[in-house]
Design a protein around this ligand. Structure first.
Ligand code: GDP
Length: 432
């Protein structure tokens, strides 16, 4: 069967930790969208890792880790990441890369940088990893699939053709040097040799695995609010962050996805530009940022400070609904132990009216948070293993949020490690 681990919010909810934990009982872990533009931080018995491309299941020797066709594949980053975990003592992982995955090209990265420079203060806050130009080319049908690296005629012809238009942009729009086709082709030959050992017909592999009764985990990147259709467009990412897209970006039938674990962090954080209704500023934000996550809320890929906010029930209810949540994993709850009182955003006021329905972007820009203040629990909850052993105010916080979002919180994460997890029976639990 297939399970998905996805985010309810803006990303950085702790999906890496939950995937690493769930991977213990899985056979295959697959990335189905996104690229090396965001990272997952994982703490386990080998140490602390920031993964950008590899699935978070690479630390077990019984798992196969897959880069699905929906991913923006940056070949040198993938190869370096594999080597870097091996260098730190992790057994060589079994890795497969879809022959239909498309490749982030050197010109995608340059175009991303140049365009953000050109936009100046109107920039998207892109990580400049080439993701938006990559997906634009994919849908403009001028992308390169991994399989094309192995057909010299196609490669030569396409590299020349595509560079014609890219070079017009480089020279005339951005006033930079053009890219030479020979140099690009030489790079693509290097990519071909690097990726060759991993290439696989992934959907056929997964079909066989399902027939053999294997468990497959789909690992999402970012969260619902960064989805290009259902998120805060245009401040979104360029590939769908929803569990439903897992069927497409991995190549499995949609009805095989039986469990959708949506990860929600106990407070909010966001990177990049865009409306963020429950955002906080100043000392209050600095303190939460410093104490947040595991060693502070700073981007795993970019190191930039994340924007901070209180838990947002409106955004999270919507985020869970669009994912098709069967279970909520509620993470980083331990971090809130320092607060006397904890505000939670329970509604948006837009033009004088309060709503709990997440609006379209034009209205979202006008929304002001309606806050409900809950009492804190003022102690360290790390190490607690049973839900009933949590302080009463902590349980009340979890239960209040569960009621507001309307999806069952069945896992509470109270530390970054694999074992820092509390399983909980929820009154809202049902299985699909
Ligand atoms: P992802 O992209 O959704 O995987 O999230 P990130 O890796 O960017 O951010 C999550 C951060 O929180 C990482 O540093 C994790 O190690 C850390 N983390 C995850 N769960 C918990 C938790 O329950 N408590 C604490 N303190 N840190 C956590």
């Amino acid at each position: 069967m297939v399970k998905a681990v996805v985010g309810a919010n803006w990303g950085d909810e702790g999906k890496g930790k939950i995937t690493d934990m769930m991977a213990e009982k899985a056979d295959i872990i697959i990335r189905f969208q996104g690229g090396a533009n965001a990272g997952h931080t994982i703490v386990n018995n080998y140490g602390k890792f920031a993964l950008h491309t590899l699935p978070s299941g690479v630390f077990y020797s019984h798992t196969t880790s897959i880069i699905g066709n929906g991913v923006a594949l940056n070949i040198p980053i993938l190869i370096n990441e594999i080597q870097s975990i091996i260098d730190r003592g992790v057994p060589k992982p079994k890795i497969l890369v879809s022959d239909r995955a498309q490749i982030v090209m050197p010109y995608h990265i340059l175009l991303d940088q140049y365009e953000e420079e050109r936009l100046g203060k109107n920039s998207f806050g892109s990580t400049k990893s080439g993701i938006a130009p990559f997906y634009s080319d994919k849908f403009a049908k001028i992308g390169f699939q991994v399989s094309e690296l192995f057909d010299e005629e196609v490669l030569q012809d396409k590299a020349h053709r595509v560079l014609e238009t890219k070079n017009i942009l480089f020279t005339h729009l951005y006033h930079k040097e053009p890219m030479q086709p020979e140099a690009l082709i030489a790079t693509l030959h290097e990519y071909r040799d690097m990726i060759a050992p991993y290439v696989c017909d992934v959907s056929a592999f997964l079909d066989r695995a399902l027939k053999e009764g294997k468990t497959i985990l789909l690992e999402g990147q970012l969260g619902t609010l960064k989805d290009p259709d259902h998120g805060i467009y245009p401040m979104v990412t360029s590939s769908s962050t929803l569990a439903a897209y897992g069927a497409i970006g991995a190549g499995v039938p949609p009805y095989e996805i039986k469990e959708i674990v949506t990860v929600c962090k106990a407070y909010s954080s966001a990177v990049g530009a865009g409306a963020f209704v429950s955002e906080i500023f100043g000392d209050e934000a600095d303190e939460l940022r410093r104490r947040g996550g595991d060693g502070g809320e700073y981007g795993a890929t970019t190191g930039r400070p994340r924007r901070m906010g209180w838990f947002d029930c409106v955004a999270s209810k919507y985020g869970c609904r669009l994912q098709g949540t069967t279970d909520v994993a509620f993470t980083v709850l331990d971090v809130l132990g320092y607060l006397d009182e904890i505000p939670v955003c329970t509604g948006y006021e837009i033009d004088g009216e309060v709503t709990t329905d997440f609006p379209v972007t034009t209205k979202l820009e006008k929304a002001k948070p309606v806050l409900t203040v809950l009492p804190g629990w003022k102690c360290d909850i790390r190490g607690i293993k049973e839900y009933d052993a949590l302080p009463e105010n902590c349980r009340k916080y979890v239960e209040f949020i569960e009621e507001q979002i309307g999806y069952p919180i069945t896992m509470v994460s109270n530390g970054p490690g694999r074992d820092d997890i509390i399983y909980r029976k929820s009154p809202l639990q049902k299985s699909i």
